[in-house]
Design a protein around this ligand. Structure first.
Ligand code: NAD
Ligand code: AHE
Ligand code: ZN
Ligand code: ZN
Length: 369
């Protein structure tokens, strides 16, 4: 069938909005009509050419919500009409990783997904007979996409697509990092580096967990008001701090934070985040995705003296199990999403979403089909 899509033709070039061809679902696959998709910084990261797994031409997008149109042979958990959120971290419930409660990183289809292909090693997207690659197993920058059954969470049909699409990445990543990865306890002190679409969700996760000091760090002064809107208690603009940030934050937290979160993708800030965690017990969680070739470093003494460095993907969430619950939290008013969706665009305007992100003007732009 013909579908409307934004193609990433090459690194650094704007997306091209055009008509492409999509094949129907094969065994274990599902055709989904995408109703809305957020634009995450990771889409920008891959489009920029900084992603070692970046592959072109591809249809990016991994923060969508939509409706099941058709199911392939063998699909048992979904039927046409079901409302779904595609999952870039699937949940097969049978691989070694799914069976280990210590991780959410289902590996059932990770190798083909990373190569921009469906699990059988082929692509469903093409243009004039030329293959276009999938992206993160989701490719939500198209109004129809094909996704493996194990990479779809069935959600409350009353939930608005243009809001809950954000649960497909940003909301779950931020809140999940606090609840699943750090397991923050009430009364803890925390520092969040980067108050964008992810960092603000870390802040609302910390509020939910009952944290005490919630310190936000961002070079964009406009983020002070944004952070406070979701529970931040202190704002630090590194450009206004004389000298090194680490002693400043250690002093502000009375010895270091119990938890720090890096939500930018900058390896220098990852080091600052680790070193501003409390001696003896502080944990630092890396969320930001760093460019190809970048490496983290610190003095091993930082770890010897009791700090822990951790990372998290999709907030440690098991998508088919946890995403429907997070949608319900939104529907019950337990978490906020609406104010963070600062811009709603048509597919034709998708490149504007990237411009708004570059200019620090948006928290989340959402494309509504
Ligand atoms: P964003 O662009 O919305 O936010 C980034 C924020 O960092 C902005 O507020 C910006 O002003 C701030 N910033 C930039 N440089 C800074 C500096 N030197 N000091 C302080 N603040 C600075 O991006 P986002 O969508 O929130 O994504 C953040 C990061 O998280 C990206 O690297 C993205 O790829 C990654 N990410 C990871 C996961 C995961 O599962 N691990 C999921 C989603 C996003
Ligand atoms: N492909 C990159 C890494 C990109 C990355 O870390 N992706 C995160 C999700 S970011 C969502 O906005 C993730 O889930 N990682 C786990 C995984 O298996 O991809 C690279 O460096 O190669
Ligand atoms: Zn994302
Ligand atoms: Zn699995």
């Amino acid at each position: 069938m013909d579908v409307r899509a934004a193609i990433a033709t090459k690194a650094g070039a704007p997306l091209e909005v055009t008509t492409v061809q999509l094949e129907g679902p094969r065994d274990g696959e599902v055709l989904v009509e995408i109703k809305a998709t957020g634009i995450c910084h990771t889409d920008e990261f891959t489009l920029s050419g900084a992603d070692p797994e970046g592959i072109f031409p591809a249809i990016l997008g991994h923060e969508g919500a939509g409706v099941v149109v058709e199911v392939g042979k063998g699909v048992t958990s979904l039927k046409p009409g079901d409302h779904v959120i595609p999952l870039y971290t699937p949940e097969c419930r049978e691989c070694e990783y799914c069976l280990n409660p210590k991780t959410n990183l289902c590996q059932k289809i990770r190798s083909t997904q990373g190569a921009g292909l469906m699990p059988d090693g082929s692509s469903r997207f093409s243009i004039n007979g030329e293959k276009i690659f999938h992206y993160m197993g989701t490719s939500t920058f198209a109004n129809y996409t094909v996704v493996p059954e194990i990479a779809l969470a069935k959600i409350n049909p009353d939930a608005p697509f243009d809001k809950v699409c954000y649960i497909g990445c940003g909301v779950t990543t931020g809140i999940g990092a606090v609840i699943n990865t750090a397991k923050v306890e009430p009364g803890a002190n925390a520092v969040v580096f980067g108050l964008g679409g992810i960092g603000l969700n870390v802040i609302q996760g910390l509020r939910l967990a009952g944290a005490n000091m919630i310190i936000g760090v961002d070079t964009n002064p406009a983020k002070k008001e944004w952070g406070e809107r979701f529970g931040m208690t202190h704002f630090v603009n590194p450009n206004e701090v004389e000298g090194d940030m680490v002693p400043y934050l250690v002093d502000l937290t009375g010895g270091g934070a119990d938890y720090t979160f890096e939500c930018i993708g900058n390896v220098n800030l990852m080091r600052q985040a680790l070193e501003s965690a409390h001696k003896g017990w502080g944990e630092s969680i890396i969320i930001g995705v760093a460019p190809a070739g970048a490496e983290i470093s610190t003095r091993p003494f930082q770890l010897v003296t009791g700090r822990t460095w951790k990372g998290t993907a999709f907030g440690g969430a098991r998508g088919r199990t946890d995403v429907p619950k997070i949608v319900d939290w939104y529907m019950q008013g337990k978490i906020e999403i609406d104010p963070m969706i600062t811009h709603t665009l048509s597919l034709d305007e998708i490149n504007k979403g990237f411009d708004l992100m570059h200019g620090g003007e948006s928290i989340r732009s959402v494309v509504v089909y």
